[in-house]
Design a binder for this molecule. Sequence first.
Ligand code: C5P
Length: 224
Amino acid sequence: PAIAAVIPAAGVGQRMQADKPKQYLRLHGKTILEHSVKPVLAISAVQQLYLALSPNDPYFAATGLTAENIVRVDGGAERVHSVLNALLAIDAEKMPWVLVHDAARPLVRPQDIELLIQRCLEVGHGGILATPVRDTMKRGQSLINATVEREHLWHALTPQFFPTALLRANIQAALAAKVVITDEASAMEWANEPVLLVEGHSDNLKITRPADLQLAAFYLEQNQ
Ligand code: C5P
């Protein structure tokens, strides 16, 4: 089936303490955003990429991202609103599936995206890339309340892949019900839709703090 891609890139990236949003910081001569877009556009079934950008974004024009199949939409107050704006721009009949990927994840492997798509199409419902938790997990504030069973815990990564119309409807319904939505899967879980966990790789990190940029540069060198 034809696939649409959504990349929310309208965040300000406060935790990076940088002079510009993190998606515009440079990694090996290219912006993080360009790195994040590349493996998504490399998927042959992806027909259009919807990029959610801040309405007065002064940085996008200077990137090399000028492909005809890139559609720009306005971002919203939070990530979920940016994603929803992009979903509303998609013709779900033409592109019945959608791949949502963070602009701040420059190192996702194209093979992992292919695997996610293939597994979801096999089972006929949505799914996400994720990695198993390796540390011992504790619940608590300043003191530990409990150790959380690690065996069935995962880190949710992106891309996340869902039927377009269903994702759009469930995000709208979850927002109306004031559910906190930090990724697409949370809206689908809230609606009791099945979401497949597909094991990815931990080098698909989200650039969040300054040290992440150094780690990403290291991974990039290893993979070349
Ligand atoms: O800040 P965080 O790392 O959670 O952001 C994840 C992704 O969501 C980033 O690609 C960021 O640009 C995007 N985002 C957005 N609109 C917002 C906030 C974040 O598109 N209002």
